[in-house]
Design a protein around this ligand. Structure first.
Ligand code: ATP
Ligand code: MG
Length: 377
């Protein structure tokens, strides 16, 4: 099978690694350069999309911010999965919020802002404190504002107005501030036959809006809530592939924060921790194959490597520690790779995270150090 992935980053790379044993071959469309590239070497395999679409058996995407004309061309080929409407829901917070409401899934109260009058209405409807998010183009906490008190209104409005004039289709979604206890996410797959398989929930730690640590957890009650919401959204979209739902856990009640119509950073732990990893299951789903088991086989955490291209040598010698580099050029804050760390039981995983804190730099891996500090208290 030949699968063309829109986007040529680490997610396409990891799909390629996971697809090889099943004879699934990946080529990647680099939206920036418009080249077709090899997802591991980045070697140019061709130019332009048309040929690649013709040669592919299946087309899928590794990110949601894809120009709509490209999505249309891919969809017209009849080979694109999940549907372009699913990708658009992940890329536009207005569509996403409407989808969550239509699917009957709990989410934070919101109001769409396009003018100064709307902003005043949003303050009335949603109340302060509130989180303001650009409808298009946001990721890793970028394009967001926090409004806590009336004195900030004018400054924030000026910045939001500037953001909206940059693009005609831009808007701001105002959301109530959710006083969550923690953040969790559910990654799962839906096959072409409608079968659904979800992984155990992951608990996620963000540092400055970026995911830094993600750990698979066992919580039967939360898992049930999450699976029910996942099923509602996936069925509403007639979704095929891997889909991720991010949640706020408010004292045992889950609210959906956002969806990602693709393999997700909080699912990277499945490479070592689950019977079948998320990348393989995404490919199985879009290629019309049976889904693989999502069972947890080892307690696992994933640690993002941000802005660094080397790690202490002793890491590779540590039992249960697996390094995944993305082959990217070093840039401050950039996702360069991740570390999966496994234990046979949760106490062992916790001890290994503490051992990692002893060798990893505190500034680069704050979440691991915070974990170790709280564990050793
Ligand atoms: P991602 O990289 O996950 O796509 P993003 O830029 O799309 O991130 P969100 O996930 O919506 O943005 O928000 C980033 C983080 O900001 C969340 O993980 C959460 O910690 C915080 N946050 C977002 N919305 C709210 C809210 N309504 N109330 C409280 N905190 C929030
Ligand atoms: Mg998010």
């Amino acid at each position: 099978m030949q699968v063309l992935v829109l986007g040529a980053g680490q997610l396409a790379r990891m799909m390629s690694l996971a697809g090889a044993p099943l004879n699934i071959e990946i080529s990647a469309y680099d939206v920036g350069s418009q080249n077709i590239v090899h997802p591991l070497t980045q070697a140019v395999l061709g130019h332009g999309l048309d040929n690649a679409i013709e040669q592919a058996d299946v087309i899928t995407a590794e990110f949601e911010h894809i120009p709509h004309d490209i999505l249309e061309v891919c969809e017209q080929s009849g080979k694109f999965l999940p549907s372009s409407s699913a990708i658009k829901a992940g890329g536009d917070r207005r569509i996403e919020k409407q989808l969550l409401d239509d699917a009957g899934v709990r989410n934070a109260k919101y109001f769409v802002i396009q003018s100064r009058e709307d902003f005043d209405q949003a303050i009335e409807h949603v109340g302060m404190p509130m989180v303001l998010k650009s409808a298009l183009g946001g990721y890793d906490g970028k394009g967001q504002w926090r409004l806590k008190e009336a004195s900030q209104v004018e400054t924030i409005w000026a910045e939001m107005a500037e953001c909206m004039t940059a693009s005609d289709s831009q808007a701001i979604v105002a959301e109530e501030f959710v006083p969550f206890k923690r953040e969790v996410s559910l990654v799962g797959a839906r096959g072409q036959d409608g079968a659904i398989a979800v992984y155990p929930l992951a608990e996620n730690v963000h540092t400055n809006g970026v995911l830094t640590l993600s750990t698979a957890i066992a919580d039967i009650e939360l898992q049930q809530q999450a699976k029910q919401m996942f099923t509602a959204v996936a069925q509403k979209l007639n979704y095929v592939g891997v889909l991720a739902l991010e949640f706020f856990d408010v004292d045992g009640t889950l609210l959906v924060n956002e969806i990602a119509p693709r393999v997700h950073n909080s699912g990277h732990w499945t490479q070592q921790g689950a019977e079948t990893c998320q990348f393989e299951n995404h490919l199985r789903a879009v290629c019309g194959l049976a889904l693989g088991s999502t069972k947890l086989i080892r307690e696992t955490s994933m640690i993002n490597i941000l802005g660094e291209d080397t790690l202490p040598d002793e890491l590779l010698a540590m039992d249960g520690v697996h390094i995944h580099w993305y082959g990217k050029e070093k840039r401050t804050g950039r996702k360069m790779g991740h570390i999966n760390v496994c234990g046979d039981y949760s106490g062992e995983l916790q001890r290994k995270l503490c051992a990692l804190a002893d060798v990893l730099d505190k500034d680069t891996f704050p979440a691991v150090h915070e974990f170790a500090a709280s564990f050793n208290q």
